[in-house]
Design a protein around this ligand. Sequence first.
Ligand code: ADP
Ligand code: ZN
Length: 212
Amino acid sequence: MRIILFGAPGSGKGTQAQALAEYYKIKRICVGDILRQEVNKGSSFGKMVKSYMEKGLLVPDELILDLIKKNIDNKDFILDGYPRNLSQAAQLEKLFSEKNIDTYVFVYLYVDRETIINRLSKRLICQDCGANYHLINMPPKKDKICDICKGNLIQRKDDTPKVIRKRWEVFLKESKPLLDFYKKKDKFIKIDAKAKKDIVFSRIIKLLDKCD
Ligand code: ADP
Ligand code: ZN
């Protein structure tokens, strides 16, 4: 199974990607997590991408493409956070054909704007494993500690009202047009992702199992 997981910031991509990767025993390629790790490490790559991320802008395509090339092989995977604009989609199609990858499912997690703002402004993430929590809807068992790896939970630097607004704008302008591109492909799934994590997850696998 190869999955491209798509949705606005806060649509639950990260949470679902983690669950799907476990369920199908496939590799999860989460671009945002990889970028944040590089920023935390203070690597030269991290230094290049930091200011884009803090402003809620997309990191330049060429930088992201290198990262994707390093992570994709012929094994199954779930892509979380890529592609995010039409040129990335074209670059990905090219990469797939070079690697003889001919089938994948595109999964669109649909959530309304209001829900997204609420989710992002109360979101916590694990500094170590990237797991997502929500102060009210999905709190950790122990305050500020990750259930999975016991890492510290923090608020992301880009989860402030101003940057959330910018990321939403970027999503509408640059990412949403991808829907028309992928709708034309044969395996396109749209999921109502406003419900709780487990419900959204079962909706996804019900449709994915039909695709296989
Ligand atoms: P979200 O989907 O909530 O915005 P992510 O963790 O997926 O969160 O991404 C965080 C940030 O990382 C983005 O705002 C952007 O700066 C950068 N980023 C992630 N994926 C890409 C991508 N495919 N192309 C360019 N920048 C990206
Ligand atoms: Zn963790």
